[in-house]
Design a binder for this molecule. Sequence first.
Ligand code: NAD
Length: 504
Amino acid sequence: MSASPDTVDSVKKTDDAAVVTAAAPVASTSASTPAPAPADPGAILRRMRAAHRKAGPPGYELRVKRLDKLEKMLVSNKAAIVKAISSDFGNRSAHETLAAEVFTTLSAIKYARAHLHEWMEPEPREVPFLFMPARAEVIPQPLGVVGVISPWNYPLFLALDPLASILAAGNACMIKPSEFVPETGELMKKMLAETFDEDVVCVVTGGVEIGVAFSKLPFDHLLFTGSTSVGKHIMRAAAENLVPVTLELGGKSPTIVTDGFSLRTAAEKIMHGKMMNAGQTCIAPDYVFVPKGKVDAFVDECKSQVARMYPTLASNPDYTSLVAERHLDRMQGHLDDAEAKGAKLHPVNPANETFARDTKKMAPVLLTGVTEEMTVMQDEIFGPLLPIMEYDTLDQVIEYVNDHPRPLALYVFDNDGARVQRVLKDTISGGVSVNDIMLHAAQEDLPFGGVGPSGMGHYHGREGFETFTKKKPVFYQSRLSGVGMLNPPFGKRIDLILKMLVGK
Ligand code: NAD
């Protein structure tokens, strides 16, 4: 693939006046500084689209250059990223930020760069004998300007991981981060404005009203990551302009521990997945099925694994805060509701600490004796609560999973390969990790995406490139073509040919 003469990025603007500023919650303006004018996302999109058209589709070298710049930006700003996210959360483990935001995004960039040449190649396709010696191929073509609406829980990764695919596919990108993480949103805006031409990557910050305006824009594709309920608004808004959407949504991800599997190993992995980001992970294990008679032993294992990984919680910088006090209240609401309806609560507080409300931290709680009537078994938990249910047969578990909305992730801990295959065959979910938690999402060569209420479409790796690419089918006629023989006036010749093609 040869480089296009595209020079879009060669005149990188550093003029911060050009950076778009909406009425972001964090934007503090002194009395003498006039408030920045609210962004007009529609005007930005028109400008970006015009620039994209004028520059033409970026070639391989320019795309690689953009990925290089994104990589460099992340590496040189990692300390600021750790600080901004922690400030937005109250406390976010620096290790979690480096591993789950910076490293994961860098992996996506490196994987895309390593495979870009191959992905950009036109793909020759078959031509039936009747049309030979013509030829056919699929040409990957950038879509144009792609919109990204991102959530707060992994605020950098869920904006910039899609950006890596979007830039690799040769598009421009407009990002709307969550208003719940204003410092991270402002940091991303600043970093990206310093790194890219504003017509290539642009961040628009602001509250829900900006999100609403953003979702109504006639993008060439819109990727939304967030809750299933807001996802419905996004799809409705996008439908007005027939904007294709990729929806990365949430839901309750079931976890199955089968008889014979080490409870200690399962507890270690499940509690690690649950405690990471204090349970605020879309693919965190939401609830666990444990074989009948093993619930008490599993509760004990979970407690000792948490105590081993987090000897303290309240004062431990490794343990992340909930993002807002209302989420503490939401967790407490689930606990009160479950207790009132007969569930048993097992708080996991290894050092018996008290938790000051303003730290927004809470000790994890295991719940047993839960029923369908409890809110904790109805809504995605998205916090450090873990309901544990016991079961008699695998059939019951599979039936339960299939009776509920299709989950984003499913986990099965089992050393019996045939039983694992049965779970894989008889349940549908966005993705699966067998004998571990969440790691399917870390494999760059696997597509990522939900199914039904947990989402539609995929990204990551090759699927990410393809999601943001028009796969344009092209047919090249040959000078030696014989298809004219099928033209009217119809007579004996076409009768003979049709007899060969469709029978007498
Ligand atoms: P959310 O749906 O409340 O918000 C997501 C984004 O949408 C934010 O930027 C927000 O400002 C914007 N928004 C809110 N209302 C809007 C509207 N009416 N129109 C347009 N935009 C609007 O989600 P959240 O609370 O930020 O994130 C948590 C949810 O995201 C959980 O359900 C979680 O499972 C899900 N999630 C999914 C994935 C995934 O990859 N599938 C990843 C992370 C989080």
